[in-house]
Design a protein around this ligand. Structure first.
Ligand SMILES: Cc1ncc(C[n+]2csc(CCOP(=O)(O)OP(=O)(O)O)c2C)c(N)n1
Ligand SMILES: [Mg+2]
Length: 545
């Protein structure tokens, strides 16, 4: 059997549904022979973003796979893999490699260059090692801290034969671990004794499919919950205990509760202190539960730790709390919920003029508000792009279902949302999948609308066109004035139409909802849609320090 055939057979055995990429790669025909769908994108990083979105929308349970050419193909995939690494997304990337004799400079190899942005990277150096290396790859993808795995297939090894008798492979079964019962007892005690506890829920809750347990636990002790941007959706944002998403921007409810908290319980969260997650103020007792010891005592000192899968740990905590204070927990105390509601009403009142603004050019907050009215949020998956669109939508889009929002961006590569949305649609074709993107971001990946059209992946692109890099003028006022460095131009509805999508340009606020309705009809007919909404630059953000 040839090495490339063995890899394709293993992908099939592991349940891989499709491979994204831009030709060439030795796996293309062997995979097609196995009945694995091949999806060609216009650039490799979008291919990787699709794999990422597919995996995120499957809560890490299904593996997105991407394959590309050696040299430029593998180099072009870099930002997609970096993105998956920063957000801990378990995707498999299989670049073709240079032939073994040429795995030397000046040729760029994956093993040397992807080391810092992968959970594991290796090269298949001998054909008969395919089963061993693929077994390792899937083990790392399915267990422990999620992250991208890169396995390079050198062009000559791909064609090398090995004895069929050596092809022995069994799909990898994932295993997980719960918390140490002594740690669980200690943490339950600390949370019961806390005066003003707060929960910070991260992406780990979504990967563990632990949203029911999170809700039960929060209700049991009446603890308010905020999620990280990546964890958005782990807790229903219309729940009386929901504070919303603590990103760089956040609803008015997050900070007052976080400031007065004596104990912060971070579940399924790396507790990274980075610009897109609300920082934990000094002086809190921090309890952290994660699957990776490298998260502990990283950016914040941690008082109590429970290592383990979020679902198993939360189930243990629920049982332990019931054991310590009785099966009813702290039900009946409505003070916290009342305080959240008062702040939320105040917050929405503060923002209603922008959310329902009739200004022309349109205010981007009006677009977000109208999207919420026009979409059935229980049947929608939405994602943002970086820049102002992210900071505007993260606090205001009230996510009602787990997986209803793909929040991303510890690395914030402009344009990633297009591929993420396509991947999410592939994972969950029954959902309406939308991404909210600026004109600058669209410029980086827009040609891949053609991929969505050709591959019949009907997503809705909501492009807020303010003809500039929002907020950048103030960062380089001299260059902006002399060389217009902050400005952009373009008619993106025409681009999308030219690429075969349904497209409309919207200039009046009253036209937003009807345009969304028409776009949804196009999606139902299998055709991607793009709404180019001409907006003002809006630099007011929901921050509330
Ligand atoms: C690949 C990449 N390069 C640079 C940046 C830095 N960056 C973040 S937002 C932004 C401007 C985005 O403009 P646009 O997409 O038009 O959105 P707007 O803020 O104008 O709504 C830039 C340059 C980035 N995130 N990614
Ligand atoms: Mg812009």
């Amino acid at each position: 059997m040839k090495a490339k055939t063995a890899v394709a057979k293993i992908l099939k055995m592991e349940g891989v549904e499709f491979i994204t990429g831009f030709p060439l790669n030795p796996l293309i025909d062997p995979a097609a022979e196995e009945g694995i769908r091949l999806i060609k994108t216009r650039t490799e990083r979008v291919a990787v973003n699709i794999a990422d979105g597919f995996t995120r929308a499957s809560f890490g349970q299904r593996t997105g796979v991407s394959a590309m050419q050696s040299g430029p193909g593998m180099e072009n995939a870099f930002s997609g893999v970096a993105q998956a690494f920063s957000d801990s997304v378990p995707i498999l990337v299989l670049p073709m490699g240079q032939p073994r004799r040429r795995l030397v400079p000046p040729n760029v190899t994956a093993v040397q260059n992807y080391r810092a942005i992968t959970k594991w990277v290796d090269s298949i150096n001998l054909a008969d090692r395919v089963p061993e290396l693929m077994r390792r790859a899937f083990s790392y993808l399915r267990m422990g801290r999620p992250g991208p795995v890169v396995l390079e297939l050198p062009a000559d090894v791909a064609e090398e034969e090995f004895d069929d008798g050596l092809f022995r492979y069994k799909p990898v079964k994932a295993a997980k671990t719960g918390g140490d019962p002594a740690d669980v007892r200690e943490v339950a005690k600390a949370l019961i004794a806390a005066k003003n506890p707060i929960i910070r829920a991260g992406l780990g809750v979504l990967y563990a499919c632990a949203w029911d347990e999170l809700r039960e636990f929060a209700e049991l002790l009446h603890i308010p919950v905020f999620t990280t941007m990546c964890g958005k959706g782990a807790f229903p944002e219309n729940h009386p205990l929901a504070l919303g998403t603590g990103g760089r921007t956040r609803p008015k409810m997050v900070m007052p509760f976080l400031r007065k908290a004596d104990v912060v319980f971070a579940i399924g969260s790396s507790c990274s202190n980075e610009p897109y997650t609300t920082p934990i103020p000094d002086g809190k007792v921090l309890i952290q539960s994660t699957v990776d010891e490298r998260d502990i005592n990283k950016d914040y000192p941690v008082e109590h730790v429970i290592m383990g899968d979020a679902k198993l740990v939360l189930r243990q905590l629920i049982e332990e709390v019931k054991e310590q204070i009785g099966p009813k927990g702290r039900k009946g105390n409505d003070a916290v919920a009342a305080e959240i509601k008062a702040l939320k009403d105040e917050w929405l009142k503060d923002w209603m003029p922008k959310l329902t603004s009739d200004e022309v050019p349109i205010n981007p907050y009006r677009v977000i508000w109208d999207l919420m009215q026009a979409l059935d949020r229980k049947e929608t998956i939405i994602s943002h792009d970086s820049g102002c669109p992210r900071d505007q939508i993260v606090p205001f889009y009230e996510c009602l279902i787990p997986g209803g929002y793909i929040g991303w961006g510890k690395s914030t590569t402009l344009g990633a949302s297009l591929g993420l949305a396509m991947g999410a649609k592939l994972a969950r074709p029954e959902k309406t999948v939308v991404h909210f993107i600026g004109d600058g971001a669209f410029g980086m990946v827009g040609m891949d609308v053609e991929t969505a059209v050709r591959e019949k992946i009907p997503i809705l692109t909501v492009l807020v066109n303010n003809s500039r890099l929002g907020g950048y003028q103030g960062r380089y006022p001299i260059a902006s004035e002399r060389y217009n460095l902050d400005l952009l131009s373009g008619s993106y509805a025409k681009v999308a139409e030219g690429l075969g999508g349904y497209a409309e340009r919207v200039e009046q606020p009253g036209d937003i909802i009807p345009a969304i309705q028409r776009a949804k009809k196009s999606l139902a007919a299998g055709k991607p849609a793009l709404l180019e909404i001409i907006t003002a630059e809006e630099l007011a953000f929901s921050k509330y320090e």
